[in-house]
Design a protein around this ligand. Sequence first.
Ligand code: UDX
Ligand code: ADP
Length: 474
Amino acid sequence: MVIKKICCIGAGYVGGPTCSMIAYKCPDIQVTVCDRNDERIDQWNSHKLPIYEPGLDDIVKECRGRNLFFTTDMDPAIKEADLIFISVNTPTKTFGVGKGRAADLKFVESCARKIASVANGPKIVVEKSTVPVRSAESIINILKANTRPGVEFQVLSNPEFLSEGTAINDLTNPDRVLIGGETTPEGARAIEELCWVYSHWINRDRIITTNTWSSELSKLTANAFLAQRISSINAISMVCEATGADITEVAKAIGTDSRIGPKFLQASVGFGGSCFQKDLLNLVYISECLNLSEVAAYWQQVIDMNEYQKSRFAGKVVERLFNTITDKRIAMFGFAFKKNTGDTRESPAIYVSKYLLEEGAKLHIYDPKVEEKQIFFDLVTMMPTEDPEGVKELVKVHSDAYSAAKDAHAIVICTEWDEFTTLDYQKIYDSMLKPAFLFDGRKICDHEALVKIGFHVETIGKRVSRSPLLRVMA
Ligand code: UDX
Ligand code: ADP
């Protein structure tokens, strides 16, 4: 079989960019991305894509209508396709067995059932969504139970390692592509077909092939290791604050050790995003199910440390503002879980907002890419007992940082957007109530310069010298 047509089920943060890149790099392959959400598909077909990802617009513009199509009409796309990616969401279960920890695979299963019922020829089905180890088994079982003459399935695991905000670069120059499949001649052939697709632009020595379960577990493990580095550096940031060491200097000193390396050592208010917490919870749950309670406890600690870092940061805001923020205006700079994305899933900003709102603050939020309706959706969802109208009275979303900070007691930086480093902080300071506080949860500002202006600055992993103005007041 030579892959001529690809179908992708799920037009989200994974399916959309990945398949756009495949269409871009493989003009000889027709790629159809399907989703059951009409609004999402309409957006993919419009000039304003449903996700913000630097560089994605140009790629979609070049390929859409040529060999890249977005549709809700799934059946014909599945029928025509030689290879089908399953790129649907796998959220943490909110009910039943494994509630709050296990991945909910109902969307993956419904895709498998859909493919089984519609397929009229041989298909390679590729699990791209992050799933717990041995999830492919359920896909394989559903599909194999529906094997008919001429309709055979091979199931591969091909986890995505792209990181939001740098997805286009990650897809163009991946550290590796990982493909897992059955250790049978048919499995090997299917792996080879998918290798051929990627080899349009990726050297074969960067394509790693494994058995299905190793591939699934590698994705969870990669995310768990990355998250663990952040929790480790955040743990040390607390020691820095208590001792006078500076976490940036410590991170640099240890990162130059080639065995440790410099990446993912940026202490912060905590990690967010759709993957880290979900995958860690998943790993913990799987370990418990396998009676590996020590393993579960080990990885659980990475999540616990992250929770602690978020609450510690939010708690510091309240404490420094003289232990009361009731009716105080607080400007929040950044709401996305990291810069260069409009995604807010598990964003530390949501947690910090909740904490501050529960303490009675009035929040004035500005994020360059997160839409107002998303901010309200996240806050209302996070505070389910609050009347949505009540939340709206306490929160105002701004279209620039200056208006968010006007008349505020404090600025809280939750996302490391570049534009926050070049703001006119003198102008901002002049427009704020005094004493003016700035809590830099991302360590992106020039703290000494802010102190000179008159700000009282708090950050992560470093004691900032106190503002002379505040010293006089004290
Ligand atoms: C992650 C993985 O990096 C990616 O390989 C996988 O496919 C999906 O999950 P993503 O969640 O998009 O990607 O972003 P990432 O850059 O990993 O950041 C995750 C969170 O960690 C963000 O909130 C980020 O701000 C935070 N972070 C990252 C830190 O706090 N410090 C760091 O040093 C790095
Ligand atoms: P990810 O970050 O994993 O890509 P997203 O939530 O951004 O997750 O995207 C997943 C997409 O999958 C959503 O647009 C959702 O509508 C779509 N989806 C979920 N289940 C199905 C299904 N059974 N058929 C088609 N699309 C689906």
